[in-house]
Design a protein around this ligand. Structure first.
Ligand code: TEU
Length: 527
């Protein structure tokens, strides 16, 4: 393998509250992740990205950080963290942390000082402005979680900006002292052996210097989240943001083999700018296109081709099917197509990121109103914006609380956990888990899959075909996005092909003719 680990490897996202609890409080912890490393080795992933584990009041479940250089006692201690990193590295698993630079918690000592007085040295670390006459906020910006992005603070009579909850005040990234402090935090973890960072809302860090009003969004309808009322012209994706990304990258580049991943929800042409000038930006600006795409072969073919074409020279692609903010893939496309999605994710060119429990086929877990946790759901109820249905506990076995915790879990388990759990599915040759593990193994074994070229072979009806080629091997992937059988006319090209993987019962290819069964996908070794 010519490429580096974050190129040929596979990232697995762990939502730590929901992976494995070891102290019975119903919330997962670092020791739990440590104890489950053997599962991750068995599965065959290369790196774990752990959602935030830092001290936090948990208003947004860790995305409100009150100390960038510690571990919240809910998850364990720094000693537990060091032990986890050592144990992961011993198994050749890299550890990626979640860095949340856009905002802190309102409990962070920096913000407590900043709000204390207008002349406090930390005042300018956050974004404070006078309201308009009559007490209106400084501008029309909306919080991602509903309501105005400004909250008045009685102590000093000004408003502070928060792109998310009022408990998540935005840092002022135009202030050089903020940058220095945040880069120090990165080094704190890099020195402890962390292999990289997934950076939260990277495209939001810098705001328009004049804080101008956003223009209304002509396409907005009231059934949408309030954030969609305006176009994010002045509160997002400002040109100076790319300077910050380059600076973060420079911090990582003082260490060997580290990766900078950016969470960026932007249209393709803007997303690829985050690779940076001369590729000195994020190595992996998260590519979320599969998350909102209509699930058909023509649509997916088009978006893959456009993405490949838009990449800067040398820019390494990546693919994401889901995360802790999105409906799960099986909820979006159904159980049969979740197998196609797995095959797609693990055979496209570029680094795949898996989301925990997607390999078990978890769907949308029903959360009774009284059990709702997500602050977004609480702020904007009734719009189905809640993220709890994708954050439920990992299902390890058919025992008490699915083996997740000895105590009541913080979110309910899926009712299917007695059958759909790791212990039951790992022994079943037809399970999605078995398919994931097999595809991960193939990806590791075949240079064509982990580092080879990509070419769109064609689309026929609802079947997508592409190939991956390395020096001495050609692998063809054929995916039926539909639920009816379909013949594929280019089958003669597959003569002599060996089936490396199938979503269905292992089968061989008839010479000169190939009819895909409904929802069937095949990975073929052609030569
Ligand atoms: O999410 C960023 C974010 O903007 C999401 O809310 C996203 O826009 C939405 O889910 C798209 O449908 C990050 C974290 O991933 C999220 O969990 C945090 O709540 C948020 O930032 C604030 O830190």
């Amino acid at each position: 393998m010519a490429s580096v680990w974050w190129q040929h490897g596979v990232v697995y996202q762990i939502y730590p509250r929901s992976f494995q609890d070891t102290d019975g409080d119903g919330v997962g912890d670092l020791t739990g992740i440590h104890q489950r490393l053997d599962y991750l080795s068995w599965l065959g992933i290369d790196a774990i990205w752990i959602s935030p584990i830092f001290p936090s009041p948990m208003a947004d479940f860790g995305y409100d950080v009150s100390d960038y250089c510690g571990i919240d006692p809910l998850f364990g201690s720094l000693a537990d963290f060091d032990a986890l990193v050592a144990a992961a590295h011993a198994r050749n698993i890299k550890v990626i942390l979640d860095f949340v630079p856009n905002h802190t918690s309102d409990h962070h000592p920096w913000f407590i000082k900043s709000r204390a007085s207008r002349d406090n040295p930390k005042r300018d670390w956050y974004i404070w402005r006078d309201g308009k006459a009559g007490g209106a906020p400084p501008n029309n910006w909306v919080s991602q979680f509903g309501g105005p992005a400004w909250t008045p603070d009685a102590a000093t009579g000004q408003f502070y900006l928060h792109s998310f909850l009022a408990q998540q005040p935005d840092l002022n990234w135009r202030n050089p002292d903020v940058r220095t402090a945040m880069y120090d935090a990165l080094r704190f973890w890099l020195d402890r052996g962390v292999d990289g960072f997934r950076v939260d809302v990277l495209w939001l860090l810098i705001k328009d210097a004049a804080l101008r009003d956003n223009p209304p969004n002509p396409a907005y309808v009231p059934a949408q989240a309030g954030i969609n009322r305006f176009l994010s012209l002045y509160n997002a994706d400002q040109p100076e943001t790319l300077d910050v990304v380059a600076e973060m990258r420079a911090v990582l580049d003082r260490y060997s083999d580290r990766v900078l991943i950016g969470e960026i929800y932007l249209p393709l042409e803007r997303l690829v700018a985050y690779y940076g000038k001369d590729l000195r930006g994020a190595q992996l600006p998260f590519n979320f296109q599969l998350i909102n795409a209509a699930w058909t072969a023509p649509v997916v073919a088009k978006l893959v081709a456009e993405y490949e074409a838009a990449l800067p020279p040398g820019g390494w692609p990546n693919w994401v099917l889901g995360n802790h903010d999105q409906p799960r893939i099986a909820a979006r496309v159904g159980a049969a197509q979740a197998r196609i999605a797995a095959m797609l994710l693990l055979t496209l060119r570029g680094t795949p990121t898996m989301y925990y429990a997607d390999e078990l086929g978890l769907g949308r877990v029903v959360i009774p109103p009284a059990a709702v946790q997500d602050p977004w759901e609480k702020n904007e109820p009734g719009l189905a914006l809640g993220r709890d249905p994708s954050r439920t506990p990992m299902q390890w076995d058919a025992g008490v609380n699915a083996g997740f915790s000895s105590g009541p879990p913080w979110l309910p388990l899926d009712t299917n956990y007695r059958s759909d759990n790791v212990e039951a599915l790992r022994g079943d040759p037809a399970s999605l888990l078995t398919l994931y593990r097999h595809l991960l193994e193939l990806r590791r074994q075949h240079t064509a899959l982990n580092s080879g070229s990509f070419r769109l072979v064609g689309v026929e009806g609802n079947v997508l075909m592409y190939d991956r080629v390395a020096a001495d091997e050609r692998i063809v992937v054929v995916l039926n996005f539909g639920d009816s059988a379909q013949g594929v006319s280019i089958a003669e090209k597959f003569s002599g092909a060996a089936v490396l993987a199938s979503t269905h019962t292992p089968r061989h290819i008839e010479l000169g003719a190939l009819t895909l069964q409904p929802n069937e996908g095949l990975v073929l070794l052609v030569s």
